[in-house]
Design a binder for this molecule. Structure first.
Ligand code: HEM
Ligand code: NAG
Ligand code: NAG
Ligand code: NAG
Ligand code: NAG
Length: 334
């Protein structure tokens, strides 16, 4: 364990160096690790304190928060658009199918925002709160740390239609690759970020296809491990409660580790989109070898995950003050 954790910190140090090189002040409006150092030096610790407190009564919250950052970044860039409540003529992204009844943790984001407004009013954006919360959540769950780039503004719009195109659990590998590539994320990013499914929960409604109607065949996914299928069929009977919850990673449900990949290796990918990364014909020579690599080396996974989170956090950063603002309340425009 000692050697594994020291090479892990070596990997983390390498990530920090890469990031430090990106922090050029005053050149262009670029995200930067020390963005709040003079205006709100305790921002990170304030968010962390709120998260630790929330976790006392909700062990799932860390998983829920990283998913919010993902669903924010993939729609219109990482700009807090997901957090806006509905306005006349501008339905909230929260109400679209990929989010409704599924995206959660908004009250904790509100609590972090309130604490930050008390300490440094009008300074820290909601989009940056999600980016910090994602890192803190992974770190506190046993995963890697990385240097969070900051300086995003919050959007003045949301994009309900855009949120309909979020990656879906029924997507095949080709569609997943297209959705990631459209945001400049490659196969390594796709496989590494999917490793977010090492913790958190999934509702039965999202796994009925692989259990009962794989690719419209009215049959289970033939590649799914039969004992695992039997277990899930019991948890999620055909006409059972669609919102009943299951662990995404049954081996270590709340720990951030590489079991997501070792599960896939034994055909225990819970979502179709998970098992596709290894089992689909198109995965051979593309994503399957990356799954193998991360299953074999948690250090490789952690280093790649940290870099891919930075890549995802860099999607269309909103830094132009004429286009964005620092919301006082994450749910509303100022
Ligand atoms: C590759 C495409 C992806 C698809 C199709 C997908 C789909 C899903 C689905 C269907 C759920 C269950 C939601 C529910 O039952 O309410 C879920 C949960 C989750 N996803 Fe993903 N996801 C993807 C990528 C990601 C990424 C990139 C991350 C983060 C880096 C992530 C992190 C999570 C987490 C942590 C949960 C559990 C949330 C909770 O317990 O509240 N997912 N995902
Ligand atoms: C969101 O889900 C709730 C029930 O969970 C439902 O009543 C509501 O109609 C849904 N909203 C949309 C926009 O689909
Ligand atoms: C969203 O999609 C609906 C249905 O396709 C369309 O009527 C509406 O104009 C779209 N909204 C925007 C803002 O593009
Ligand atoms: C993946 O899904 C898309 C959209 O449903 C479909 O057009 C395509 O043929 C599928 N690709 C494979 C290889 O199954
Ligand atoms: C199975 O999937 C197909 C294609 O998606 C769909 O047309 C069919 O209604 C589904 N069957 C059931 C029983 O849900």
């Amino acid at each position: 364990m000692a050697s594994s954790s020291s090479s892990r910190s070596a990997a983390a140090a390498a990530v920090v160096l890469v990031v430090a090189a990106l922090c050029l002040h005053g050149v262009t409006a670029q995200l930067c690790a020390d963005y709040y150092d003079s205006t709100c030096p305790n921002a990170f610790d304030i968010v962390k304190r709120v998260l630790i407190n929330a976790h006392r009564s909700d062990t799932r919250i860390f998983a829920s928060l990283i998913r919010l950052h993902f669903h924010d970044c993939f729609v219109q860039g990482c700009d807090g658009s997901l957090l806006l409540d509905s306005l006349p003529g501008m339905p909230s992204e929260k109400t679209s199918a990929p989010n409704n009844g599924s995206a959660r943790g908004f009250n904790v984001v509100d609590a972090a925002k309130a604490a930050l407004e008390a300490a440094c009013p009008g300074v820290v954006s909601c989009a940056d709160i999600l980016a910090m919360a994602a890192e803190i959540s992974v770190e506190l769950s046993g995963g890697p740390s990385w240097c969070v780039l900051l300086g995003r503004l919050d959007s003045k719009t949301s994009d309900f239609n855009g949120s309909l195109d979020l990656p879906a659990p029924t997507d095949n590998l080709t569609v997943l690759q297209q959705k990631f590539n459209a945001l400049n994320l490659d196969d390594v990013d796709l496989v590494a970020l999917s490793g977010g499914h090492t913790f958190g929960r999934v509702q039965c409604q999202f796994i009925t296809d692989p259990l009962y109607n794989f690719s419209g065949t009215n049959m289970p996914d033939p590649t799914l491990d039969s004992a695992y299928r039997a277990f899930l069929t019991q948890r999620c009977p055909r006409n059972g409660n669609p919102t009943a919850l299951n662990n995404l990673d049954p081996t270590t449900p709340d720990t951030f580790d590489n079991h997501y990949y070792t599960n896939i290796e034994v055909n225990r990918g819970i979502l179709n989109s998970d098992q596709e990364l290894k089992s689909s014909p198109e995965a051979q020579g593309t994503t399957a070898p990356i799954v193998d690599q991360f299953a074999g080396s948690q250090d490789d996974f952690f280093a790649a995950f940290a870099q891919s989170m930075i890549n995802m956090g860099n999607i269309k950063p909103l830094t132009d003050p004429s286009q964005g603002e620092v919301r006082k309340n994450c749910r509303r425009l100022n």
